[in-house]
Design a protein around this ligand. Structure first.
Ligand SMILES: NC(=O)c1ccc[n+]([C@@H]2O[C@H](COP(=O)([O-])OP(=O)(O)OC[C@H]3O[C@@H](n4cnc5c(N)ncnc54)[C@H](O)[C@@H]3O)[C@@H](O)[C@H]2O)c1
Length: 223
C-alpha cells in the first residue's frame, strides 16, 4: 500500500507519519511506500523498511496535485490547510488553499482514470458548526460556520461526499476538535489560546484567557 500525506510537516501530519512509519502498516495492510508532502520541507525519516519520498511543493497551484497522485497512492491523508486565524486575515489565501486546492486535488484524483479510486481521509473541523451549541451535536445539527475557515471546510466536506457518491474516490472527513497542547510557539489558529492557557502556565509563564470562563469547547490530545 502506497500512502500519500499532504501537510506532512504540520503538527498532525508529523504525528501521523511517525505512527505509520513505526507501525509499517495501516490496519491490516503493510505499507510499501510513503510520500510525505508539504510546502515546508518534511523531515526525511531515517531507516525505513520501505521507500519514503519527501516532496516540497504548494499542492494548491495548478498542476501540483496531478503530479502528487500520478503514481496512484492507495490512501491519501489530506491535512494541508491554513488555519482559522490566517484564513480570516488573508481571504484570498484561505480560499485558494483550503477550498480551491482541495477541489483541485479531488479533480486530479478523479481524472487519473483506469478505475483509480483511492481512500482519501480529509481533516475537517468543528469550525463547520456555529454557536449556540446543543448539549450534544447530532448528525442533524446545522452547519453555520462563523469564520471563512469553517465555511471552506464545510464546502470541502460536501465536495468529498459528492465525489465519493459519484464513485471517484472513497472519502471520509473527520471533524477534528482543537488539538492541545500545540508544541512550539503559538500559531495563527483562532483557537490557539486553548493551547496557550495550558502550555504557558506549565512553563511558568502567564497566559491570557480571551473568552469568558464559562465558554465550553472540545479538545483532543495526541499521545
Ligand atoms: N490542530 C487543530 O486543532 C485542528 C483542529 C481542526 C482541524 N484541523 C485540521 O487538521 C489538519 C492538520 O492540522 P495541524 O494542526 O497539523 O495544522 P498545521 O498548521 O500544523 O499543519 C498544516 C500543514 O499544511 C501545510 N500547508 C499549508 N498550506 C499548504 C500548501 N498550499 N501546500 C502544501 N502544504 C501546505 C503547512 O505547511 C503545515 O505544515 C488541517 O487540515 C487543519 O485544518 C486541525
Amino acid at each position: 500500500m502506497h500512502i500519500l500525506v499532504l501537510g506532512a510537516a504540520g503538527m498532525v501530519g508529523r504525528k501521523l507519519s511517525e505512527r505509520l512509519l513505526r507501525d509499517g502498516r495501516l490496519g491490516k495492510t503493510d505499507i510499501t511506500a510513503m510520500t510525505l508532502q508539504d510546502v515546508v520541507a518534511p523531515a526525511q525519516p531515517a531507516k525505513t523498511g520501505f521507500p519514503v519520498n519527501t516532496v516540497t511543493c504548494d499542492f494548491a497551484v495548478p498542476g501540483a496535485a496531478e503530479k502528487l497522485v500520478a503514481d496512484r497512492p492507495d490512501v491519501i491523508f489530506h491535512l494541508a490547510a491554513i488555519v482559522s486565524g490566517e484564513a480570516e486575515l488573508d481571504f484570498d489565501k484561505g480560499y485558494r488553499i483550503n477550498l480551491d486546492g482541495t477541489r483541485m486535488l479531488l479533480d486530479a484524483i478523479r481524472l487519473v482514470g483506469g478505475g483509480y479510486k483511492p481512500r482519501i481521509v480529509f481533516t475537517s473541523s468543528i469550525a463547520v458548526f456555529g454557536a449556540p451549541f446543543p448539549e450534544a451535536i447530532s448528525d442533524e445539527f446545522f452547519h453555520t460556520p462563523l469564520l471563512s475557515y469553517g465555511t471552506q471546510k464545510a464546502i470541502d466536506e460536501l465536495l468529498l461526499a459528492d465525489y465519493s457518491r459519484r464513485g471517484f474516490m472513497d472519502g471520509i472527513g473527520i471533524r477534528l476538535p482543537t488539538i492541545c497542547i500545540r508544541p512550539g510557539l503559538p500559531n495563527k489558529a483562532a483557537s490557539g489560546f486553548f493551547s496557550n492557557i495550558l502550555r504557558e502556565p506549565l512553563a511558568g509563564k502567564e497566559a491570557v484567557l480571551p473568552v469568558s470562563e464559562d465558554v465550553r469547547h472540545w479538545h483532543a490530545t495526541p499521545r
